[in-house]
Ligand binder design. Structure first.
Ligand code: NAD
Length: 480
């Protein structure tokens, strides 16, 4: 299968100072297909000296890039975006091969990115007059920070990388990307292609093993780290960044509640909640990870959702047509997900759909599973599985429900489903999270800020606030 993937031909490596560095003498890391175990490619492991080289190139490129106008930087991003669009058909099979997501989901991820290429260049951060009285005029403006780094997870390697590169370079920074060691291939090819549109050193990628992330977060030459990943690693990133007082943005884990009120429109809600619960085999930060259903419709709703799981959640080779649920991306994560299945089984909780982690016993697959009203303090109710196993809960009283929802350590996203928009909107305002969708599964947009509270993160991506996160706020006060 891998022989038919065009972007696998040619070597992989770091992209430093405008060039692909295949580092032939370096130790290497294997990248395998999680659906089959097939070896796809190997990538060099970045050592400390190679990271230093990338930081030096980024620092050298910074002054000239900073001094370009927003329009010039936006033009480079737009041109890169046009080229990116032409490469989507080749990226899709590579993304499925290294990440394991069904072809349709790879299609969605690869195409979703184009919205960022188109919208973000139009979102210039303008100078604002904040004071203009008889004594003084004061303006605020946003200036770039310098050399930045983006640390990317394996679940949406393209989208989450581009979310960092575009705002970083638009605001005048230079950026070094570190992909997940499980999914570096698309990221390398995309950054390699970007070199045609940016001066050397503006956009770079380094790939490596577990040492590389900490080297980046502690590096004295890097002024900001934008990190997307687990809450556990996010805490390590924050601690490490504190030594050099570098800025950081943390986009971390979640346990998104999905509230299904008694007056929900079943026909509209079921397909969307099904997608929200199973997107990317449950390996999505904003998947619906605990579904609260009003007691009066619990039976009817759970049967309808279980039906959607049984009919639609087709598990298998992600390259095959009709498959929606590809494998879990890596062995470590598969083991983690299996612990949730084991816990549900050993505690004797009932399931509506699925129940056993694998149907066939081979590969890194997990069977989409709905758990019937487990206790609020159970593992599946409290922790993030990051796999296709989702609990349904009954609720009667909204005030009580709000306490249950907000008692989570997480606060990333949430959704509320009701035909009464006023009631749903009022409830949404009381949820502790970075974002709430009313009558919609997770939809993200370049203009809408996205970030979490509590253990789900600090800061945000997207929107003007996301752009501001890559900048120093600069106030200028002129006496009259
Ligand atoms: P992870 O924390 O294991 O790894 C994320 C990245 O950090 C990888 O590139 C990894 O190599 C790197 N890393 C590992 N240790 C590091 C260290 N000590 N210092 C610096 N970098 C280090 O996360 P993952 O398993 O790749 O991703 C899954 C998690 O990411 C889930 O919890 C999910 O909810 C979260 N996530 C959050 C968002 C969001 O926007 N909030 C989006 C996607 C995923």
């Amino acid at each position: 299968m891998s022989s038919s993937i065009k972007l696998l031909s040619g070597d992989f490596g770091h992209v430093i100072n405008g060039k692909l560095d295949t580092a032939p003498n370096a130790k290497r890391l294997d990248v395998n297909n999680p659906a089959t175990g097939e070896h796809l490619a190997s990538v060099p492991i970045c050592d400390r000296a190679t990271l230093d080289k990338a930081v030096e190139a980024a620092a050298a490129a910074f002054p000239a890039w900073r001094d370009k106008s927003w329009a010039e930087r936006a033009e480079a991003v737009k041109k890169w975006g046009e080229h990116y669009q032409s490469s989507i058909p080749d990226l899709i099979p590579l993304l499925t091969a290294e990440q394991g997501k069904a072809l349709g989901i790879s299609h969605y991820e690869a195409n979703a990115v184009t919205e960022w290429f188109q919208a973000m260049p139009t979102m210039e951060l303008k100078e604002t007059t904040v004071l203009d009285d008889e004594k003084m005029k004061a303006i605020t403006r946003y200036t770039p920070l310098g050399v930045c780094a983006g640390i990317v997870p394996w679940n949406f390697p393209i989208l989450l990388m581009v979310w960092k590169i575009i705002p970083a370079v638009l605001t005048g920074n230079t950026i070094i990307i570190k992909p997940s060691p499980f999914t570096p291939l698309c990221d390398i090819r995309i950054v390699e292609a970007a070199q045609q549109f940016f001066p050397p050193g503006v956009v770079q990628v380094v790939v490596g093993d577990d040492s590389l992330g900490p080297w980046i977060t502690e590096h004295e030459g890097i002024r900001k780290v934008s990190f997307t990943g687990s809450s556990a690693t996010g805490r390590l990133v924050a601690k490490s960044c504190s030594a050099t007082l570098k800025r950081f943005t943390l986009e971390l884990g979640g346990k998104d509640p999905c509230v299904v009120m008694a007056d929900v429109d079943f026909e509209k809600a079921i397909p969307q909640i099904f997608m929200a619960a199973t997107l990317n085999s449950g390996q999505t930060c904003v998947c619906a990870k605990r579904i609260y259903v009003h007691d009066s419709i619990y039976e009817k709703f759970s049967q309808a959702l279980a039906g959607a799981f049984q009919n639609g959640a087709v598990v298998g080779d992600p390259l095959k047509e009709g498959v929606l649920i590809g494998p879990i991306n890596n062995k470590m994560q598969h083991k983690k997900v299996s612990e949730f299945f084991d816990d549900v089984k050993s505690k004797g909780y009932k399931t509506f759909a699925g129940g056993d982690i694998t149907s066939s016993g081979d590969g890194l697959f997990a069977t989409p599973t709905l758990v019937d009203n487990p206790p609020d303090d159970s593992k599946i109710a409290v922790e993030e599985p990051f796999g296709p196993i989702v609990p349904l809960f009954r609720y009667k009283d909204e005030a009580e429900l709000l306490k249950r929802i907000n008692s989570s350590e997480y606060g990333l996203g949430a959704s509320v489903w009701s035909t009464d928009l006023e009631k749903a909107g009022a409830f949404a305002r009381k949820i502790d999270s970075g974002i709430v969708w009313v009558n919609s599964s997770p939809v993200l947009h370049p203009r809408v800020p996205f970030g979490g509270c509590k253990s789900s993160g600090i800061g945000c991506e997207n929107g003007d606030q996301g752009l501001q996160g890559w900048c120093q706020l600069h106030s200028i006060c002129v006496a009259k």
